[in-house]
Design a protein around this ligand. Structure first.
Ligand code: IPM
Ligand code: MG
Length: 371
């Protein structure tokens, strides 16, 4: 009997549709070899959804996501929808809205170095020795979801300065939110090298002091076999480029994780190589960590690998298809080892005839999997 996995596709904006097409192609090849089959429902999110419906997260999209076994999201956003007006819809509301609605509180971003790409990293190769880390980013709390407001006019007397606008965002965390994300990190560490860096700003922020307290309480109660290191976020930013191999699992709040994961992606050579899985209590969502790259959209040169690595995570974590996931991972590694590069991961040693676009990269991976 064939198992059919139902995937909700959210291609979004910019390069999103191009890399989604590669994911569908690769899943087709995986279906052939594994006997599993995939059924796709495509829905609108982000700018594309704003254009079509006026909302970045239409009801039908949410319903389609809920109905699927997993969601595969490409990227959202672009200059077309950029606005500083608090009253206009933004593509990002779609992404944040779906994360919240599906309860996806744990965002896992593995930072893995491909041997073939060591020269594409902005760090010297000797700094990359032994780098293999997992960033566990809290995804439904903190500044992204705290109380916020823009006040159009604050009288001068109240501000001590001239009259003008005022805006604020609040970093807000509850005990249970911290505990559940810390649990994800400790459990992941047990399957890896047994070490967790908990990143906060406890020397300044009250929410970080609560974070630290709860992480330590859980550690003492249930995970004392795992090594726990506290690190201040500014120090982590520096340590990531000074000695990245010290990290096994890094757990942190939403915005710190957003920033540090972009930084960490450069260890791999390109933001185009960083996959992610967002997990909660229900349907999981998989997406590359990069954005919609509007500057190169429609040119057929985007790197589809972060998307395909996200498919690998989906096969492994949502569908229990470890063998297919291994095969996909090996195919990606093999194609890179053979010297094939998209523009973002090319370097001086790349042969001109081995520079490929989005579709050709997808084809190479399919061929490699077919052996
Ligand atoms: C990410 C992105 C998003 C985030 C943006 C597009 C809202 O940068 O997934 O890292 O900040 O979470
Ligand atoms: Mg980001």
């Amino acid at each position: 009997m064939t198992t059919t996995h139902h995937i909700c596709l959210l291609p979004g904006d910019g390069i999103g549709p191009e890399i989604t097409a590669e994911a569908v192609k690769v899943l087709g090849a995986i279906g052939e070899r594994s006997g599993a089959s995939f059924r796709f429902t495509e829905a609108l999110l982000g700018g594309a959804a704003i254009d079509a419906t006026g909302s970045a997260l239409p009801e039908e999209t949410l319903a389609a996501a809920h109905a699927a076994d997993a969601v595969l999201l490409a990227a959202i956003g672009g200059p077309k929808w950029d606005t500083t007006s608090p009253d206009k819809p933004r593509p990002e509301q779609g992404l944040l809205g779906i994360r919240k609605a599906l309860g996806l509180y744990a965002n896992l971003r593995p930072v893995k170095i491909f041997d073939a790409l060591k020269d594409a990293s902005s760090l010297k190769p000797e700094y990359l020795e032994g780098v293999d880390m997992l960033i566990v980013r809290e995804l439904t709390g903190g500044l992204y979801f705290g109380d916020r407001a823009r006040q159009r006019s604050v009288p001068g007397a109240a501000t001590g300065g001239g009259p003008g606008q005022r805006a604020y965002d609040t970093m807000d965390y509850r005990e249970f939110e911290i505990e559940r994300i810390a649990r994800v990190a400790f459990e992941a560490a047990r399957t890896r090298r047994g070490k967790v860096h908990s990143v906060d700003k406890a020397n300044v922020l009250e929410s970080s002091r609560l974070w630290r307290e709860i992480v330590h309480r859980l550690h003492a109660a249930e995970f004392s076999d795992v090594e726990l290191v506290d690190q201040l976020v500014d120090n982590s930013a520096m340590q990531l480029v000074r000695w990245p191999a010290q990290f096994d699992v890094m757990v942190t709040e939403n915005m710190f994780g957003d920033i540090l994961s972009d930084e960490a992606s450069m260890l791999t050579g390109s933001l185009g190589m960083l996959a992610s899985a967002s997990l909660g209590d229900g349907t999981a969502l998989y997406e590359p960590s990069h954005g919609s790259a509007p500057d190169i959209a429609g040119q057929g040169i985007a790197n589809p690998l972060a998307m395909l690595l996200s498919v690998e995570l989906m096969l492994r974590m949502s569908f229990g298809m470890a063998e297919a996931a291994d095969a996909l991972g090996a195919a990606i590694e093999g194609v890179l080892a053979d010297g094939w590069r998209t523009r973002d991961i090319a370097d001086a040693s790349t042969l001109p005839q081995k520079m490929v676009g989005t579709t050709a990269m997808g084809d190479l991976i399919v061929e490699r999997m077919r052996g």
